[in-house]
Design a binder for this molecule. Structure first.
Ligand code: G6P
Length: 612
């Protein structure tokens, strides 16, 4: 949450900062601001409530020449969205300016203490505390002042700071919240995630917890251990993404572009994980990981939001194909639930961003309890990827739309392949069986293409139903998580109430909602529980509910029972959830568009939830 960017070099800083913030806006968008230093050692600070475009318009009329600055796009935690609460925050005497991502837990205590020493506060934020505290510790060396101030701070943070008296540098520090340095030629950048850096450099240094970094123009970044003050040597990594992937490419929204990228995601994933002999191999699973997976007593999938729905599918996949007892939990419940774990267990963390605070904390809890940890992550070099014992990357490419689409599909296919891999490792599947399964996986791409070809009719149904404000989604087996995911997509971007349920539970409550005005989305592709789903649909029909079905192409029975049908190609059950979710993504997308919603930046949400 919150996007941070910093620049020092020979370019004009303002356009660099604004471009960086544009790529970070998906992390938070209730206000934005920048601070730059000019030749006279004066801070220029401008911040505005609302989207980045508001700030952009204000800046158009103000010519600023500066080669060093920091910027921020906010997702409010302490203090409502307002101009005053927007970052950057200036210290009491105007010597220090700070942008921050995270939460200072002891801010109220520090605020009282600083007030007693005469510091005046203008905002309701915890960040202003940091600005004043760093200033109070400042004796002419910014790095030292930050080092001292951070000792007093409890919580999670990434701070990026400038001092008026040291106009050649930006100093940053982090604990838990993401931060990385972009290394350029005679210029350096700092950001909360790679998308802000992609237009300028693909060379990055990932900053770890309790490290302090100082960047200047024309010098390699220097990194210090926060506790000892010792210099640390860190490798420069290459980002495997390019700037085109992070642009809209002619689509009206990132979400639509990302939905249409899904066939490509399928191919990329298969190419990366399957060799020419049709054997499955994960680069990140080393010998140790294999040994632990061979022996494990239980597997846990732990994740949040859409990634949790992938975990629910993963659980079923691993139980079906590898016959290992498996559980799937949301990270926030897992981390505080005192999970029963030992060195015989494997815990798998699924995350698009690799930065979700609860998932990261759950990972640390699992490690503390000696479980073997694996992550399935999309963002290379992210905190969850770096802290887990082994990592399997997904090949979705950068996902910008707040409502996750292609990352989910990448997670599902990766999990299916992982379950076959595990089945082979545990001798539940023969080599031949794996080959057959993999062969069928190659047809998913064409299946998604066929669904996308039917976009027009999905759009037409969305046009008919977009004014409804309550939806029920029902599914069984592999498609119970799809029901949850379909409902989540709809509520995230249309703000309609949508509820996903296991269809077998319908009689235990949701059936009370059904009348002639209630739309019910039924996931009914061919499956072991097809007949059971038909019975559910009969019950809905008897109560005059509006049935929208996702069914196998050519299924006449379902067509007869439904007002609307979104057909999906026939496939093996394990792959069906990869196909059935696509029409639901498109339905949610068009319903949001017809409602005039901001699809890529829905209210109150953020792409990456880096606070608890
Ligand atoms: C937020 C996003 C969701 C995402 C969830 C988990 O809620 O809006 O799209 O599924 O976080 O994020 P992660 O990056 O861990 O997959």
């Amino acid at each position: 949450m919150c996007g941070i960017v910093g620049y020092v070099g020979s370019r004009e800083a303002v356009p660099v900062l604004m471009n960086g913030l544009k790529h970070l806006e998906y992390r938070g968008y209730d206000s934005a601001g920048i601070a730059c230093l000019n030749g006279n050692r004066n801070f220029f600070i401008r911040k505005e409530k609302g989207k980045l475009s508001v700030l952009q318009n204000v800046l158009k009329s103000i010519p600023i020449t500066s080669h060093i600055g920091i910027g921020h796009t906010r997702w409010a935690t302490h203090g409502e969205p307002s101009q005053i609460n927007a970052h950057p925050h200036l210290s009491h005497h105007g010597d220090i300016v700070v942008v921050h991502n995270g939460i200072i837990e002891n801010y109220s205590e520090l605020r009282q203490e600083l007030k007693r020493h005469g510091y005046r506060f203008h905002s309701d934020t915890d960040t202003e505390v940091a600005a004043h505290l760093i200033e109070a510790c400042y004796k002419g060396d910014l790095a030292q002042a930050i080092q001292k101030a951070v000792k007093r701070i409890r919580g999670f943070f990434a701070f990026v700071v400038m001092a008026r008296k040291e106009p050649d540098r930006i100093v940053a520090v982090k604990r838990s919240n993401p931060l990385l340095v972009g290394v350029g030629k005679s210029e350096n950048f700092i950001a909360s995630d790679v998308s802000a850096l992609l237009p300028y450099t693909d060379r990055v240094i990932y900053i770890d917890d309790d490290e302090l970094v100082q960047i200047k123009a024309g010098e390699p970044p220097s990194i210090f251990d926060l506790k000892t003050g010792r210099v640390k040597k860190k490798p420069v990594s290459k980002i495997p993404w390019n700037i085109e992937q992070a642009n809209k490419g002619g689509y009206p929204h990132f979400m639509l572009k990302e939905i249409f990228e899904q066939p490509e995601v399928i191919s990329r994933t298969l190419k990366a994980c399957v060799n020419l002999k049709k054997e499955i191999n994960f680069e990140g699973l080393n010998g140790r990981a294999k040994t632990r997976l061979k022996k494990t007593r239980k597997i846990f999938f732990v994740s949040c939001g859409t990634a949790y729905h992938a975990g629910l599918c993963g659980r079923r996949m691993v139980e079906e194909y590898a016959r290992i007892p498996t559980d799937a939990q949301v990270s926030s419940e897992f981390r505080y639930g005192d999970p029963v774990l030992s060195s015989e267990d494997v815990v798998i963390f699924i995350s698009q961003s690799g930065e979700t605070a609860d998932t990261l904390a759950a990972l640390r809890e699992a490690k503390r309890k000696k479980a073997f940890t694996i992550s399935i992550v999309n963002v290379v070099g992210s905190s969850i990827a770096r802290e887990s014992d082994a990592v399997i990357y997904t090949y979705a490419g950068p996902e910008i739309g707040v409502a996750s689409t292609k990352a989910y599909v990448a997670q599902l296919l990766t999990l299916a392949l992982f379950s076959f891999y595990l089945g082979r490792l545990r001798q539940q599947l023969s080599g031949l069986e794996v080959k057959q399964l993999v062969l069928e996986a190659w047809h998913i791409r064409a299946g998604i293409d066929a669904i996308l070809d039917g976009t027009k009719s999905i759009k037409a149904v969305a046009k008919k139903l977009y004014r409804k404000n309550s939806f029920l989604y029902l599914g069984r087996g592999y498609n119970f998580p799809t029901a949850l995911e379909g409902a989540l997509k709809l509520k995230e971007i249309t703000y309609a109430h949508a509820h996903g349920y296991a269809a077998g539970e319908m009689k235990h409550g949701p059936i009370a909602l059904i009348d002639s005005s209630q739309p019910v989305v039924c996931l009914v592709p061919e499956s072991k529980t097809y007949d059971k789903m038909l019975s559910n649909m009969e019950e809905i029909k008897a109560r005059k509910g509006i049935i929208i079905s996702i069914a196998t192409k050519g299924d006449r029975l379902v067509r007869k029972m439904s007002q609307y049908v979104f057909p999906v190609p026939k496939c093996r059950e394990i792959y069906s959830s990869i196909l059935t979710v696509i029409p639901l993504q498109l339905f949610a997308y068009y319903a949001a568009v017809f409602n005039g919603r901001d699809v890529d930046q829905p209210r109150n949400l953020a792409k990456s939830v880096t606070v608890e």
